[in-house]
Ligand binder design. Structure first.
Ligand SMILES: [Zn+2]
Length: 292
């Protein structure tokens, strides 16, 4: 198993942390040898998990998905998202932002609330934000204004942005390009575009969030993954949506990150451990995780 330097630092700090509380060498050794996967985009606070939310998180951890990043949607999702992060402070990490499909007449008040929350407590990204022209084009102008304002918030709070893009590559690309700076970075979540778009994104120092779609037959995403260096990729489930094969069409959950990592390992002709190590390292760098 090849371990990256960053991961070794993380494991060592966890190892030290453990040794203060647990003298069992065996326990420490098992921990040292296990995989560390990160789900960079999961909505485990939604109603779909009302009956088994805690079990779902525990299942993910058992399947080596130890970090889960929760993107916000709008004012109605904040409480449940933060509650889950409080319940699992070592595994669930919140983002703050207004989702493009929630940009309606009241979007200015929604954005004021986003800003209020950013002043109040720590978040790991501004997300999810972006432009969605698949469901409704009525509020395109407002979606563009909301995206710009939230990019400015990302700069102010020195946070990465997590972008939702649906039928809107050109619209998002031109806004991000206009605001590009050394500090601005982020991830194009659930990337399903072509290699040319993927290169445009990585050229801006942004990452690609690869999810369950990569396991779908004829998605064409394997061609993109083949071409793009692993240092530009993070893994995500987008739970409860877009479950990977063999669970396609069913409820998705963060434990399935392993299926996505396995598929990428096949495409890249490497091991799942290597995929876990590199993509977790990328996520730690992007979301500035400091493991103590
Ligand atoms: Zn999402």
């Amino acid at each position: 198993m090849k371990l990256s330097d960053d991961l070794i630092v993380i494991i060592n700090s966890e190892f030290n942390h453990f040794s203060q509380f647990n003298n069992s060498i065996t326990h420490q050794f098992i921990y040292f040898c296990t995989m560390y996967l990160t789900d960079t985009h999961t909505h485990l606070y939604l109603d779909e998990f009302n009956s088994d939310r805690a079990e779902t998180v525990k299942r993910a951890i058992e399947q080596d998905t130890r970090s889960m990043l929760l993107p916000n949607i709008d004012s109605s999702s904040i409480d449940n998202m933060l509650k889950l992060c409080e319940q699992f402070p070592d595994n669930c990490f919140p983002m703050m932002g207004l989702h493009p499909t929630s940009v309606k007449e009241n979007y200015k008040e929604e954005l004021d609330l986003v800003e209020l929350w950013l002043e109040k407590q720590k978040f790991y990204a501004i997300g999810e934000i972006g432009i969605d022209l698949y469901w409704d084009k009525t509020f395109l102008k407002e979606q563009q204004v909301a995206l710009v304002r939230q990019i400015e918030l990302a700069k102010k709070y020195q946070l990465p942005i997590v972008l939702h893009m649906r039928d809107s590559f050109n619209e998002i690309y031109s806004i991000v390009k206009d605001h590009i700076s050394d500090e601005l970075t982020g991830v194009f979540h659930c990337f399903t575009g072509n290699p040319e778009q993927a290169h445009k994104i990585t050229d801006m120092n942004f990452l690609l969030g690869i999810g369950g779609v990569v396991t779908f037959k004829n998605s064409g995403l394997d061609e993109v993954v083949k071409e793009i260096d692993l240092k530009h990729i993070v893994l995500e489930t987008d739970s409860p949506f877009l479950a990977p094969v063999p669970f396609r069409g069913k409820r998705n959950e963060s434990a399935y990150i392993k299926l996505i990592a396995k598929k990428i390992a096949e495409i890249k002709n490497t091991t799942i451990e290597e995929i876990a190590s590199i993509t977790t390292e990328n996520a730690n760098r992007l979301f500035k995780f400091i493991i103590t």
